[in-house]
Design a protein around this ligand. Structure first.
Ligand code: SF4
Length: 328
């Protein structure tokens, strides 16, 4: 069956993935493979704009690759590779930077946020981040980029850069990527307040053991108004309930919904049930992960093969790009 087009998406090498990564991105990556030719990239060069030290970069890339594969990225169909393994992207980034106005880059809210976050390290790469991101997408002639609503302006900016390039060099060689709006699930951390994230240590790792997972679920913050077991609770404001809705069978979700409100179920029991359902859900993933992690050479082969296939596309695009610019 022919596919509907080419999808590109990238993520930084953040190491072992957590439930937030899984529900917010990986699950969607896996599903897109059904209808699209997918290119998934671990953007290690982007990571250099913020990381202080690179000693974990290799291991983080490995762990993330294993998680993605175990979750269902199929390397025999999709291209999975590491950004720096295809250095053509850096050349394209340079050419695109010539058609990008600095004022536009400094005006971007994401740049301002980064400056506020790391005032002691406002590097040139931070400013050029959206240009490198554009190079990532257009180098592989991606038609579609799956993004959440909040990221749509980034893609619009990428489209603007493409238009500037094509106009400047009177060409159509670069394709304006289209947004595929996806419902990116925002998963709260176990603190029930902020988005699940490793840096906030409010996450549940996919690769955790069942015992570790159960312990993390036990720590989850529930309805803050429910002080005692005999107090009725409100599942609508409880993150444990939100997770039940994702991982528990419908009858159990309904039972929690009803019983919580009349103090028929306690939070300890409610969490035990969630942990059990979550562990059942993650069982196949964990088995596959353990098997993959025991064959690091094969995992590296997946990335090498991905880079080879990505590079074929990249080289062809760069030939066209150089020709369009009329480089001697
Ligand atoms: S019983 Fe469950 S849904 Fe209700 S407050 Fe406790 S943990 Fe949350």
């Amino acid at each position: 069956m022919s596919k509907k087009g080419r999808v590109f998406s990238g993520a930084r090498p953040t190491g072992r993935q957590h439930l937030g990564n899984y529900l917010g991105a990986i699950q969607n990556y896996v599903a897109l493979q059904q209808d699209y030719d997918c290119i998934y990239c671990i953007v290690d060069v982007h990571a250099l704009t913020t990381v202080e030290t690179t000693q974990d970069l290799k291991q983080n890339t490995f762990e993330m690759t294993v998680d993605w594969l175990a979750a269902g990225i199929r390397p025999e169909e999709s291209i999975l590779f590491v950004q720096s393994h295809v250095p053509e992207v850096l050349e394209l980034h340079t050419y695109l930077s010539m058609v990008t106005q600095i004022g536009k880059l400094t005006d971007l809210p994401t740049f301002k946020e980064k400056v506020a976050q790391q005032p002691e390290n406002v590097n040139y790469g931070l400013l050029g981040y959206p240009v490198l991101m554009t190079a990532d997408i257009v180098l592989y002639k991606a038609d579609i980029v799956p993004v959440g609503v909040d990221q749509a302006p980034h893609l619009e900016f990428a489209r603007e850069i493409v238009r500037s390039f094509n106009y400047r060099y009177n060409t159509k060689v670069l394709i304006e990527p289209q947004v595929k709006h996806t419902e990116i699930l925002k998963v709260l951390g176990i603190d029930g307040k902020a988005k699940m994230s490793k840096s906030l240590n409010n996450h549940i790792e996919l690769a955790s053991t069942p015992e570790e997972t159960t312990a993390r679920v036990r720590e989850m913050v529930t309805d803050p108004a429910r002080m005692k077991r005999t107090d009725p609770g409100n599942p609508d404001v409880c993150n444990v309930y939100s997770m039940h809705k994702i991982f528990s069978p419908a009858e159990e979700v309904e039972m929690v919904n009803v019983e919580c409100r009349r103090a028929g179920i306690g939070c300890v029991d409610c969490k035990k049930r969630l942990a059990s359902n979550l562990n059942t859900h993650l069982e196949p993933f964990r088995a596959k992960r353990a098997e993959l992690a025991s064959r690091p050479g094969d995992v590296q082969d997946v990335l090498n093969d991905g880079a080879k296939r990505a590079r074929l596309i990249a080289r062809k695009t760069m030939e066209e790009v150089r020709q369009a610019i009329q480089l001697p």
